[in-house]
Ligand binder design. Structure first.
Ligand code: V47
Length: 364
């Protein structure tokens, strides 16, 4: 295998990975630009195995998108809608309670809840959401509100970032999902999501959360108008932040889905790029414990292959995914535990059902 990687011109990077040395931005760029996907995958597989052995994680979770009303209206997003749009929706606190009740018979351990940046819902709505979920399912871990939503809540509550995080934690928040990071580059934000919280702002919220013992995830939305250099800049900013706090759990590359967005003329991502984003992230983000292949975005089959290209996690049962499906995802809306087990086992990995913080619930 070593000679195969050397023949691909990546021998120096192999040496670094074998010695657990940090890759430079230039190394990362070369990996992205390499034509030899298998060589890049082999490198990532070395790192994956060192960090996670033969384990591949999944979670029994439920997604709730409480509202799609959004003032940011990012060009890559098909989910967010203006308040006056016919497609706009907003769940009442009782409707969210009903969503949770619908699935009380299932062994759900995590509720993943995000929404748009709503122009006029009061701060109490958000704390009430957390409280009713906890009333219905006291043991569930609530992973909710992206760093972009947290910045908005800090503003409308007047509590500031640390204050609002403390307050949400008291109301039941367990951790923060990785959405809203997009690509940190100011050029990309200017062109695709100029109203959104800046990349620096996103990182500040994440780091403040970590200081308060709230773990977060991180994402990167790739495959639209960003350059390879901008992807590396994004990964480098995440790696630096993780050096400072150690609070990120997982990195999830998100494959851009163009349908029904203002960027609908762009193509879907290729399988090669999907696997490369996972593999390069695994090699470059040496301080991130987990890399997730999100089956909703890249499909069940490619997620299975991704378990040999650096990923050690396939997310979970999900159920009722809206954000990617509004943008044309053709994947299922949910997977059962049995389907996840089969996907992982057939990839030659040991399926580990985990909770949000990667504590083992069951090993199969
Ligand atoms: O924040 C928006 C992205 C995110 C599109 O933390 C799009 O474990 C693709 O962040 N095509 C939401 N992506 C999803 C997300 C997530 C999902 C699963 C697990 C975790 C985690 C996080 O989806 C948004 C945005 O960055 N997005 N529009 C689109 N057209």
């Amino acid at each position: 295998m070593d000679s195969f990687i050397r023949n691909a011109g990546l021998g120096d990077i192999l040496e670094k990975i074998q010695h657990d040395e940090r890759l430079s931005i230039e190394d990362g760029t070369r990996l992205f630009k390499s034509q030899d996907l298998l060589a890049v995958g082999c490198l990532a597989n070395i790192v994956r195995e060192r960090k996670n052995g033969n384990n591949a994680y999944f979670i029994y979770n439920q997604h709730i998108n409480y509202s799609n009303i959004c003032t940011n209206l990012c060009k890559f997003c098909a989910f967010g809608k203006d308040k006056d749009s016919d497609l706009a929706y907003e769940m009442s606190v009782d409707e969210v309670r009903a969503k949770v009740r619908e699935r009380l018979s299932e062994p759900i351990t995590e509720i993943h809840m995000v929404g748009g940046i709503h122009p006029d819902l009061p701060y109490s709505y958000y704390t009430d959401l957390l409280k009713v979920i906890k009333e219905e399912r006291p043991d569930v871990h609530i992973q909710a509100f992206t760093c972009v939503e947290i910045a908005h809540l800090a503003e409308i509550s007047g509590l500031g970032t640390a204050g609002v995080l403390e307050n949400l934690k008291e109301a039941g928040l367990g951790s923060i999902p990785g959405g809203g990071a997009e690509v940190f580059s100011p050029r990309i934000r200017q062109l695709t999501c100029e109203k959104k919280l800046s990349g620096q702002g996103w990182l500040e919220v994440a780091k403040t959360a970590h200081e308060l013992d709230l773990h977060t995830n991180a994402t990167m939305l790739y495959g639209h108008i960003e350059s390879i250099e901008e992807r590396l800049e994004h990964l480098d900013m995440l790696r630096q932040a993780q050096d400072e706090t150690g609070g990120f759990l997982a990195f999830i590359p998100l494959a851009f889905h163009p349908k029904n967005t203002e960027l609908s003329k762009l193509s879907k991502t290729s399988g090669i790029d999907d696997l490369k984003n996972i593999a390069v992230a695994r090699c470059f983000l040496d301080n991130f414990p987990h890399i997730k292949a999100y089956w909703v975005m890249i499909g069940q089959k490619l997620s299975q292959i991704a378990l040999s290209f650096g990923a050690d996690d396939v997310d979970g049962t999900v159920k009722e995914e809206i954000i990617t499906h509004m943008a044309g995802a053709e994947t299922e809306q949910a997977m059962s535990r049995e389907q996840l087990l089969r996907l992982i086992k057939e990839a030659g990995r040991t399926p580990i059902e985990r909770d949000t913080l990667y504590n083992v619930i069951n090993s199969y």
